[in-house]
Design a protein around this ligand. Sequence first.
Ligand code: ADP
Ligand code: MG
Length: 596
Amino acid sequence: MQRIALLDQRLANQIAAGEVIERPASVVKELLENSIDAGSSRISVEVDVGGTKLIRIKDDGHGIHCDDLNLALARHATSKISELGDLAAIDSLGFRGEALASIASVSKLKLTSTTEGKEGWAAQVRGAEMAAVLSPTPHVKGTTVEVRDLFFNVPARRKFLRTERTEFLKVDEVVRKMSLSQTRVDFFLSHNGKQVRHYAGGEESQRVASILGQAFLENSITFSDERNGMILRGWIGLPTYSRSQADQQFFFVNDRIIKDRLVTHAIKQAYADVLYHGRSPVYCLFFSVNPVLVDVNVHPTKHEVRFRESRDVHDFIFRSIHRALADVRPDSQRRIEERDPFAKDVSGRVNDHPLTDEPNQSPMPFGFGSSWTGSRAKPSVLSKLFARDHYQSLPTILEDESSPPLGFAVAQLHGIYILAENTNGLVLVDMHAAHERITYEYLKSASDEEGIKMQPLLVPLAMNVSEAEAELVLTRSVELNSLGIELTKAGEESIIVRAVPTMLANSDIEALVRDVLSDFMEHGLTYRIEQQRDEMLSKMACHGSVRANRKLTLTEMNVLLRDMEETERGGQCNHGRPTWCELSLADLDSMFLRGR
Ligand code: ADP
Ligand code: MG
């Protein structure tokens, strides 16, 4: 039998490092967090060979007192919390007191720091017990951490490292994310002695443009919403600016970037109505909440959080974004984006570094449709849309009205497009797509007014479920009823479905109930009924809408244009395609090389 012995310091730290330090990028993340916590306004990151040879991070923060240098390198040593109460309300990025110790145990680390008005000192760790050796070293105020030969003593980890380029891309990504949450800070990044990024401290929108691209700013909605002390603000991409991958989604909770299923789910739901299946929205969102209400001590990498009031958070995020997207409708400011090849590069790139060129990921080529108007209007003459040939009976729109955003119809093209003239130039409208959206929104608001009607099943349906789900039937009966579902518990693991929403009576009821229950289990709430209802209404709208090849009179076309301006989400059809686009006179001029 082996006897028990205490592990030496280095080994203990290496075990801890296993959880947090996976690759150079994780070192960079931890060190950047420290620099930010130290109140730095300028941070430079230098890496060699993807960070495997060298990572050097230098900041101008408050520094570390020379007597604390060896403590900084010890495990469970931190200046950020001191008692349990602090753990419950963390307002710094770090708090676990183990990053430096972990990194030092798997690399050759040198920590140099100077506090205000003091001399600089450097510390290096040696040996199995990781004793820090101190020496006076000149340094301006701030801290430099040098990490050489990462994993030199952990061959197993070294084997998992990828190519130099891949490792560097991951470092680059970390710097990008950090710089988004700290827009006042200057960030520099260089690779193999060559500076590749410089994000100058300044306006938040400027930083968002340099990380996500100027095109994103132009194709996004900026908003801010507040409820019960929670604040959500930032930029959400227009549905027409969606991507094939979920690779441009940034969500910060109290300035910490996180990945959270609840948040992702809420945002996805908010876009459900306007996004083509399989497309991913682009967003950069900042969520602030009292630190007491969010637990960041969930995982050593601090990538995850747990919200105390997770249902509230989910609901708030969903509703804010849903609302903001609903307000997307045509307005007059929108025009085709100018694609000046000599336009200033705002990507933060300082030279031709071919790192983040992403083919097949560019947004639609024009600044299509839909922009933020900030105002809301009730659907107007929508109800008439169902009356056949109602268009004929409507009055002509007076030409002396102040010019509406989508202007006035001048012709119809191939029975598919409406051509209209507005103050900027030419507007093209996809008749069917536009009408479909208008009809759909009308159907939704009509159904909202009526509420969800419940229909008892002639033959109640028995279902086997988990014990916890059967329990939900009792605890959530009121909410289930308000969704038009009536369930009773039949046994430990079985329930009976007695009534369902009238509108969904012909759908797969068992699947619907299972999904609803699993939503309640996972997220504490569900939008499933609304969603299925919307799907159905969307189908109805599609059938009820103007088909291509129908001849419309100018009056009819004008009515459609006015309705588009009034309709929530009027900028996209139900599948997230644009309903209209604009060619300004300048665009037309440049097409014909006029004025050159
Ligand atoms: P944590 O950040 O969780 O406290 P670390 O191991 O990352 O743990 O850092 C330990 C301590 O070292 C920090 O609490 C902080 O006091 C100090 N420290 C580390 N990096 C810096 C820095 N760049 N500037 C000032 N102090 C720092
Ligand atoms: Mg730290």
